[in-house]
Design a protein around this ligand. Structure first.
Ligand code: DX5
Ligand code: ZN
Length: 227
């Protein structure tokens, strides 16, 4: 299972310290939410922040672009040190060239889908992606309530992956805590993005371990599952 704290819930006054805290926590990815004030009603931070953090930590950088014009941001974020770049399926016909561009920059390509968007929208792109990010809140802000209606999308993504012999990760993003993460794991999610819950703990390492333990019970790659 992949555990990915989201920097959106960090103290914005000390990103370097917060990124180091994530690095030490044993998490797998640092999730970096990029918001442009247009695709979503909030603005977060840009490539300069990612570039500044890159040499300070070793952790994998997962850059989630909630932006109307991601095409102008792919190269800057790739240069800044992203390992994976996620774009939204709601961008329609731009999606294929965006995914192609991300791959051509040597990065893993992710595709995110918002709660109101039908899961069938991602179907044409599944063989082009390394990761599917099922939004479990409407993007824009941290600390929102988990939307349970997103769970069947995870199940569908698992079925398609098996039927088509693909291997993309299935991530969940928004409202992920110690109660909702196992619900997602049970239906097949394998990457857990969590901001408020993980940054809200004094001991992030213990919180990451706990999230790992309670989701691992559903990990199909473990030969002896605990359930
Ligand atoms: C939502 C972002 C999420 C957010 C999750 O727009 O994409 O990554 O940081 O935060 P929590 O875990 O607080 O819901
Ligand atoms: Zn995100």
């Amino acid at each position: 299972m992949i555990i990915a704290p989201s920097l959106l819930a960090a103290n914005f006054g000390c990103f370097a310290k917060e990124a180091a805290r994530v690095d030490r926590s044993g998490a797998d990815w640092l999730h970096l939410d990029i918001m442009d004030g247009h695709f979503v009603e909030n603005i977060s931070f840009g490539p300069k922040v990612v570039q500044t953090l890159r040499p300070l930590v070793k952790i994998f950088f997962d850059v989630h672009l909630m932006c109307s014009r991601p095409e102008i941001l792919l190269e800057p974020f790739a240069r800044a040190g992203a390992d994976q770049i996620d774009v939204h399926v709601e961008l329609g016909e731009q999606v294929t060239p965006l995914l192609w561009k991300i791959k051509s920059l040597g990065k893993r390509a992710g595709l995110a889908i918002n709660p109101p968007t039908a899961v069938s929208m991602v179907q044409p792109f599944l063989d082009q992606i390394d990761s599917l990010l099922v939004m479990t809140v409407n993007p824009g802000f941290g600390g929102q309530q988990f939307i349970h209606e997103a769970l069947p999308k995870i199940q569908q993504a698992v079925d398609w992956r098996r039927q088509r012999g693909l291997s993309y990760n299935i991530g969940v993003d928004g409202g992920i805590d110690f109660k909702t993460a196992p619900e997602c794991a049970r239906v097949g999610a394998d990457a857990f993005i969590s901001g408020t819950t993980l940054f809200g703990q004094r001991n992030m390492k213990a919180a990451v371990s706990k999230l790992r333990r309670i989701t691992a019970a559903y990990d199909p790659s473990l030969s002896d599952p605990a359930i």
